[in-house]
Design a protein. Sequence first.
Length: 675
Amino acid sequence: MTTSRVIGERIVRAGLPAALAALALTSCGGGGSSSPSALPPSPPIPPAGVYPVPASKFLSTTDVERILSQGLSEANARGLKGVIAVTDRVGNVLAVVEMIGAAPTVRIRPSRGVDTDAQGLLVPRAAAAISKALTGAYLSSGGNAFSSRTASMIVQETFPPSPATGGLESGPLFGVQFSSLPCSDLSSRFVAGQGVTAGPHRAPLGLSADPGGFPLYKDGVVVGGVGVSADDDYGFDPDVLDIDGDADEFIALAATDGFAAPESIRAPQIAVDGVTLRFSDASASGLRVSPAASQTLSSFIGTSARLLSVPGYFADTPLVIRAGVTYGTEASGIRRAGAGPITSQDAFVISDGAGGERFPVRAGGAAVGGARPLTQAEAATILNEALGVMSDARAQIRRPLNSRAEVTISIVDTDGAVLGIVRSPDAPVFGIDVSLQKARSAAFMSHPLAGADLQSAMRNPVLAGTAVPDTRVRGFASAFSGYSPTGLSLTGTIAMSARALGNLARPHFPDGELAAGPGPLSPASQNASPFSTGLQSALIVGDLAQHLSFVSDPASTSDVDRGCAFVPDAPSRPSGQNRLSNGLQIFPGGFPIYRGDKLIGAIGVSGDGIDQDDMIALLGVARAAARIAGTDPPSNAPRSLRADQAFVNGVRLRYASCPFSPLLSSAAQNVCDGQ
C-alpha cells in the first residue's frame, strides 16, 4: 500500500506534498476585578481518603483470545471481513486480528460540503479499530461505561444529534475526539520488543465517534476495550432518534460477551441536560451466532484470519497476543502518589513504569510581564485545593447517584510546561490528556503571543518538504481578531477560558442559532463535522496525516514527532515543544491563572460533567488564593479581563458555568459566583 493511497483517494496520484495541500487548503474558517463572594466552606481533605481503588483486574491472554474469537465468529456469520483490536485500560494494544480479504483502508465520512481536515480520507482499517477500542477503554470507569456510540452523541454540532434537533447547542464534549492524539507529548508510545508498557498510550485517530467500540470489564472493573472496523465507513451516528443496524457494533457486542459493562453504569443510566446517553443500538437478540458457540481463535488464525502488524502499536517479531497490565500499578503508568507535596491519600499520579513520576509538582519557568512564575508550593496548593473540591463534588457521569466526582487535574506555566498532574483513583483515562489540553489552551489563548504564534504557523514540514505557511491556521487567527466590534484580541488582553474558547469554535455562534454564522475559530457550518472543528483540527491535521502515512508504510514516512502543531517553540521548553504540544481543546474545564493582572499559568480539569470540571478548576484556584500567605498570590483572572466581559454578535461570552446543588457536604448554590 502506498502512502498517498492512505492519505486519500482524492489525492492518490498527487504524492505527499499535494496531499498536505489538499488537507490544509480546502477551506478557511472564518466571550477592574470585582470583590469575590465568600467561598463555600471547604471540608478538610480526608487523610485516609474517600475513594475506593479499583480492584486488581487485567485481561489475560486467554481473555483476549476469547474476545477475538467471539468477534470473529459473529463477523464470519455475517459474511463480513474486517479488523478487531483489543487494548487494556491504559491503551496498550494487546492484539489486532485481520480477517483475510478485508479491505486495508476505510473512508472517514465526508461532510455535506467541501471536505476539510480529516473528512473524506482513507486511513488504515487497523487504525480505526484501535481508536474505537481505546475510546471504549478511555471514556469508561467503575462508575460509567461509555462506548464509541456514546462518544458520537456528545461530540457533534448539536446535542442530541439529529436532523430534528437543529438549533440546539453543540455536544458537551464537542472537540474531545481530537485528544490522545498520535503527536501528543503526554501520551506513551509502543516500543517494539518491550511488550506492554506504562500508559496512557496514544490513539492513531484520536478518540472515535464511530459505533463499534466498547469497554471491557471483569467483575465490574474496566480492564480495556475492543474495537471493530468491518464496514466501509468511519463516521458517527448523525441521528440518535432511530436505531441503527451497525455491523461493526454487533461484532463488537459479540466480542464483549463475558466482559460486558455492568448495566447499572452504562450510558443510558446517565443523563446530560435531561437527555440520557446512548451505549449501543445492537442487542444480543440480533447476534447471528451465540458467543458461547464461537469457534476457538486457533481455528481462525492461519486460515481465515491473522494477527496483524500495526506500526507504532502492535509490531513485535514474532507477533504474539499480550496480557494487559493491571490498572493502578506502577507498570500501568497510573498509580497512587507517594510522599511529596500532594497531601490527599486519594491522589494518583502518572508514572514512567520504573518508579519515577513523570509530572512531579514543580515551579514554573515562565510567566508574562515580569510576574513571578508559579512556585512549587503554589502549584501544590492549587492541586491540593482542587482535589478537595473534587472530593466534595457531586458527580454527573457516575453511578450510583451522589457519587463523588473523579477527574484529572493539570497545571501548566505560560509556556505550557507541566507543573503537576494529579487524579483520583478511578477517573476516566481520557481526562489525563484532555486536562492538560484544557490547561494549555487557556494559557495559550490568554497569552500576549497567541496571535503571533498562530500567524507564524507552518504546514507539516515532513509532508510539505519545505517551510510553507499554514494559511488556514493563520486565517483563523485573523478571523478571531477581526470578528468582534468589541475588540476580541489574541494579544493577552482577554483571559480566555476553555468554555469561552469553545463558544467561538462552534459552527453557529451564538451556539445553536442556525441563522447565525460560524464562530471565528470554526469552519463554515456546511464543512463542520466531528472530523473538522476549525482551528483545533487545522492545527494538527498535518500531524495526523503524517502519522497515518507511517502506520500504512513506515518505510516511506517517518512517524510524527512528539509535540502537536507547527507553531513557534516555547522559549523555556525543549526544541520542538510549543505551547500546544498535545493539541488545542475547545470544551469547558480550563482557566488561566494570574498574579494580579499578569498571566502566570493555567489549570485544566477533565473526567466528569463539564460544569463539574469548571467548578473544580475555578474553586481550586480561588481556595488556593485564599490559603496562600503573603501578597499577590496566584488567583483566577481579574473580572475586568475575563472573556465574559466581551459581547460578540450581541451575546456575552461564557467564562465559567457551575452545576446546581454541586456539593455533597452542603446545600450551597451558585458556588462559583464571584470567584
